[in-house]
Design a protein around this ligand. Structure first.
Ligand SMILES: [Zn+2]
Length: 396
């Protein structure tokens, strides 16, 4: 069983000397033990199933119950990660959905959220599902509505960043309300951390240790990379799985890769920046990309690294499709390959991408399309892109 939740608290210490030296040191420390004097039982271990499990995408959590928020303690545990958008959320305990928000109007300030009255008498709140103003289908599993009875471990929704959550760290905010408990703030909550840690350590993860009731889509056969729109026999399945495992893609929407969709220049920038492990950079020098563009960090990174130079006038044109000849140049620059003559009848020496096409062909990254042709002007699909990236960066 792959289990990548990390129970660490990370402390970042930044040192700066004369503005020239900055060092960040990450120190993992053990979570603090519950303080005995606070409340009799608000840090008790509740019998629950860990609500998130995706072997392909890293999620983490820590004892952040006391994290400072506008109205006092955080009062919850956040489970998430930079690539966690769309990871499935499962019911921690069986119960009945008593509230599901944002179906009849805009979601409230904390976003798309489900409350379940557990069979144990406690209320479980699952917050920040989907994305603000996004469709409810990205927040809630199909069929989940007020009054629904859910089994323990049943798929109920998707990790997101709706409401007052950070888009750069999509997460599930899990609260446990128990009227018989009083925490140090005087609210009737249980700190979920100890129950989550106990569930994880005994392997009580959804879909792994517990046979789910019939009708749940969690028992569907494995799909490559967990993407429901990639058939096991898809010609680019291996590449798609490889770049998913390499955290280069998180799909186009929850549980989907959209293999036939064309890659645009913005997506390409994100793919390459992740494959190369480039740090996000700002886009202040790129006039047609706003800071909040979804691909701004990747575009800034590849522009700074000189991999994508834009359009001469500085524009990046993020929505333009990537052609096969342009892709060769992106990859040749990313890998720092020397130009080589292109061995294809349809790539003439006056094509500015000819040297790059020759280079990626010589490396076995982009093969021709058959019949001594490269088809330089054809757009690159997301499926093809996966294979190119997997070959270029030796991912498997
Ligand atoms: Zn939270």
């Amino acid at each position: 069983v792959l289990c990548r939740h990390q129970v660490t608290r990370t402390v970042l210490a930044a040192l700066a000397t004369l503005g020239l030296l900055a060092a960040a040191i990450a120190v993992a420390v053990l979570p603090a033990q519950p303080a005995a004097a606070q409340s009799a039982n608000y840090q008790q271990v509740v019998d629950l199933t860990f609500p998130v499990h995706d072997p392909n995408r890293l999620t983490s959590y820590s004892d952040d119950y006391y994290g400072s928020r506008a109205r006092g303690d955080h009062g919850a545990t956040d489970i998430g990660g930079p690539n966690a958008y769309g990871v499935r959320v499962h019911a921690a305990v069986a119960g009945t959905v008593t509230s599901i928000q944002g179906l009849d109007g805009p979601p409230p300030g904390w976003g798309y959220a489900i409350r379940i009255r557990g069979v144990d008498g406690r209320d479980y709140n699952y917050l920040h599902l989907g994305r603000q103003n996004g469709p409810p289908s990205e927040a809630y599993a199909s069929g989940i509505q007020r009054g629904s009875t859910v089994q323990r471990g049943q798929h109920i929704g998707y990790i997101g960043h709706s409401g007052n959550a950070s888009a750069s760290w999509p997460h599930l905010h899990l609260e446990i309300i128990d009227s018989s408990v009083t925490d140090r703030q005087g609210t009737n909550r249980i700190n979920p951390f100890y129950s989550l840690r106990a569930a994880e350590s005994r392997g009580d993860l959804p879909g792994t240790v517990r046979a789910l009731p019939g009708g749940s889509d969690d028992v569907a056969p494995e799909r490559p990379g967990g993407f429901s729109d990639v058939a096991p026999g898809h010609p680019h399945a291996a590449g798609i799985v490889a770049i998913s495992k390499g955290k280069i893609t998180e799909g186009c929407r929850p549980a989907n890769y959209c293999p036939e969709r064309t890659v645009d220049r913005g997506q390409m920038a994100t793919f390459l920046s992740r494959a190369l492990g480039l740090a996000a950079a700002n886009v202040s020098s790129v006039p047609d990309v706003a800071n909040d563009h979804p691909h701004a960090p990747g575009i800034g990174a590849v522009t700074l690294a000189g991999i994508a130079s834009g359009k001469g006038d500085g524009r990046f044109d993020p929505a333009a499709p990537v052609r096969r000849d342009q892709m060769a140049t992106f990859l040749a620059k990313a890998l720092d390959l020397d130009p080589k003559p292109a061995p294809f009848a349809d790539v003439t020496a006056d094509n500015v991408h000819a040297g790059a096409i020759g280079a990626v062909a010589a490396e076995g990254i982009a093969l021709g399309t058959g019949g001594n042709a490269y088809d330089p002007a054809a757009p690159v699909s997301r499926a093809q892109m996966a294979t190119f990236l997997a070959r270029a960066f030796d991912l498997a």
